[in-house]
Ligand binder design. Structure first.
Ligand SMILES: Cc1cc2nc3c(=O)[nH]c(=O)nc-3n(C[C@H](O)[C@H](O)[C@H](O)COP(=O)(O)OP(=O)(O)OC[C@H]3O[C@@H](n4cnc5c(N)ncnc54)[C@H](O)[C@@H]3O)c2cc1C
Length: 412
């Protein structure tokens, strides 16, 4: 992702990170369809491990768990599966969550997203696909633009609105021509800007170029207070993962990322059970403890972005004035605060800029990896054992098997 910026509706930056943002935060934006195909392909690949069985068109109706024996999962095709553990990744309206924490339900956040992907080579919108990533704030509305794999880009518009289901009763619906005209009116005169400030894009053209049949409308919901209810029950036999545990508003584009992180942390803990190093109950509890603060941080920050971005009237003017002034008067301080916030939202801490997966014991020997890295690059050969003390983003960049990048490393 190119350096992301917050702009006013005329394309003027209100907050911006340093030009080094992309190299410091190597965020990959990809279309959901590409991700799902990659995951599906890996599940079918015999080299990935034991085969995964898919049951299309079948849903889980309920479960029975015995802490000492295992779980029985009852399916809509009148069959029952028996297992040691049930990992429920069944989304924001999770059937399994409702069975063991009945009182937890999702809540409408008070706004609606309209979104589409667009091939910007076919539809000239005046912006090279990879030249920019931004979110623009107006008087109550937000508009976002993110490049995917070129030439596709993703845009969204977030508008305060009551919840409303589509004609088929589904939460997400395809919009009609009248709604598209309404969007065009709302964003009349809005502009975005390329990272170097050179190209200006008329945001209306993005909407105009997207057929109504490609624009989705989704009322935004979340699972509130994600840290306040159990994510696992029956002594670790039933475990929630992804949106079923912690659906967050999409304002930081992190929901699916959180689900993937959950899976890595859970897998690492379950492998400890398999090796006899931990009980199932302890592993599930550890997973829950490790993941709750991370999900809570993303939820709070995502809610904050929506609150500030949806401000209307004189307060919106005051917000823009304050942000613009800090951008002009103290750009370095502002970009430091900006990057600190991004780092927090990506799971960074005092040692790391962003979240990194746990290294499963037995699969990767971290010391051997560091030793190999020491030998594989100039910095490693010069620094020897102290190579491991470099910031993790520098080490990771060296670890990439291919690719290129530009950056500055000061080694004292
Ligand atoms: C408008 C919008 C934009 C978003 N943008 C981003 C973004 O840019 N980046 C990002 O990382 N995240 C984004 N998200 C969030 C992301 O979509 C979710 O966090 C992510 O899909 C969660 O994955 P999941 O597997 O936990 O749940 P889901 O993707 O909801 O998958 C749950 C699955 O379980 C199935 N299921 C449900 N009930 C049952 C049952 N009883 N039996 C069997 N199967 C069942 C469903 O059919 C579904 O396939 C966005 C969300 C929205 C609404």
């Amino acid at each position: 992702m190119p350096a992301v910026a917050y702009l006013n509706k005329h394309g003027v930056p209100l907050a911006q990170p340093s030009p080094m943002f992309s190299s410091r935060f190597p965020v990959l934006c990809l279309h959901r369809d590409h991700l799902q195909r990659a995951l599906y392909g890996a599940c079918l690949d015999p080299a990935s491990g034991p085969p995964v069985e898919f049951l299309p068109g079948v849903s889980v109706e309920r479960y029975e768990a015995d802490p000492n024996k295992g779980v029985r999962v009852y399916l809509s095709n009148n069959t029952c599966l028996e297992s040691d553990v049930l990992v429920a990744a069944d989304g924001i309206h999770s059937t399994i969550r409702r069975q063991f924490v009945e009182h937890v339900t999702s809540k409408h956040c008070g706004y609606v997203y309209f979104r589409a992907t667009l091939n910007v080579e076919e539809h000239s919108v005046g912006l090279a696909p990879f030249s920019s990533a931004f979110e623009s704030w107006g008087d109550g509305q937000r508009f976002g633009y993110v490049p995917l794999q070129a030439p596709d880009v993703f845009w969204f518009a977030s508008i305060p609105a009551a919840e409303q289901t589509g004609p088929d009763g589904m939460a997400t619906s395809i919009i009609d021509e009248a709604t598209k005209q309404h969007l065009l009116r709302l964003f009349e005169g809005w502009s975005g800007q390329a990272q170097d400030g050179a190209q200006i894009v008329n945001l209306q053209r993005l909407i105009l170029s997207s057929p109504a049949s490609s624009i989705l409308r989704t009322p935004i919901r979340k699972v509130p207070d994600v840290e306040k209810f159990p994510w696992q029950g029956n002594r670790g036999r039933v475990i929630l993962l992804g949106d079923s545990a912690h659906a967050v508003a999409p304002n930081l584009a992190q929901g699916a990322g959180l689900a993937i992180e959950d899976a890595l942390v859970l897998a690492t803990n379950l492998s400890r059970v398999v090796r006899g190093e931990a009980s199932l109950e302890a592993a599930a509890r550890y997973y829950e403890l490790a993941r709750k603060p991370r999900a809570k941080t993303v939820q709070s920050m995502a809610d904050l972005v929506a609150t500030v971005g949806h401000i209307r009237g004189p307060l919106a003017l005051a917000r823009n004035y304050f942000m613009l002034a800090s951008h002009k008067l103290a750009p370095t301080v502002q970009s430091l605060i900006f990057e600190r916030a991004v780092s927090m939202s990506l799971g960074g801490d005092s040692n790391n800029l962003y979240w990194s997966p746990p290294v499963p014991k037995g699969t990767v020997d971290a010391e051997a990896l560091t030793r190999a890295l020491e030998r594989s690059c100039l910095l490693g050969r010069v620094l020897g054992a102290t190579f491991s003390e470099l910031p993790s983003h520098v080490r990771k960049f060296r670890a990439a098997s291919e690719g290129e990048g530009v950056g500055i490393v000061s080694v004292e």
